[in-house]
Design a protein around this ligand. Structure first.
Ligand code: HEC
Length: 126
C-alpha cells in the first residue's frame, strides 16, 4: 500500500492526468481489498458455523433434535432464537433452565460463539 502510494505521488507539480490514473488505480485496489475482506469474513463465519454444528451434534442434539430439527419434541426449538437474543442464549446455556442442564465449565466462550453462529445461520428469522 505504502509503495503504491509513493508510486502514485505526482512528480512535483502539474501531474493531473497522472493523478487521475492513480486515483482510479487506488479505487480499484480499495474495492479489491474490501472484496477480499468480505470473502475472508464469510469464510470465517462458515468455519465457525461448522465447528458449532459439530458441538451441537455432540452436546445438544440429544434433546434439541438432529440438525436443529427439534424432532425430540421435548426441548425448545433453537431456530426460534432471534438475532438480538444472544444474551438470553448465553445465560440459558451457562446456567441451565428447568430440564436444560448448565454447560458452565463444559463449553468455553469460543465454543458458545460457534454454537451461536451455527444456530443463527439456521434461525427462522434472520
Ligand atoms: C438434557 C436435554 C438437553 C440438552 C442436552 C440440551 N438442552 Fe437446551 N433445553 C432443554 C430443555 C428441556 C429446554 C427448555 C427449557 C424450558 O424452557 O423449560 C432447553 C432450552 C434451551 C434454550 C432456551 C432457553 C430459553 O431461554 O428459553 C437454549 C438456548 C438451549 N436449550 C440451548 C442448548 C444448547 C446450546 C445445548 C448444547 C450445548 C443444549 N441446549 C443442550 C434440554 C436440553
Amino acid at each position: 500500500m505504502i509503495r503504491a502510494y509513493r508510486a502514485c505521488r505526482p512528480p512535483l507539480a502539474g501531474g493531473l492526468p497522472f493523478l487521475r490514473r492513480c486515483t482510479t488505480g487506488r479505487v480499484v485496489l480499495c474495492a479489491l481489498c474490501l472484496l477480499v475482506g468480505a470473502t475472508s469474513r464469510a469464510l470465517a463465519q462458515d468455519e465457525a458455523a461448522a465447528r458449532g454444528e459439530r458441538l451441537y451434534a455432540k452436546y445438544c442434539s440429544n434433546c434439541h433434535g438432529d440438525d436443529l430439527q427439534n424432532n425430540s419434541g421435548v426441548a425448545f426449538d433453537l431456530r426460534r432464537l432471534k438475532a438480538d437474543e444472544h444474551a438470553r442464549f448465553v445465560n440459558s446455556v451457562l446456567h441451565g433452565k428447568n430440564a436444560m442442564p448448565s454447560w458452565q465449565g463444559v463449553l468455553a466462550p469460543a465454543q458458545l460463539d460457534d454454537l451461536w453462529t451455527y444456530i443463527r445461520a439456521h434461525g427462522y428469522e434472520q
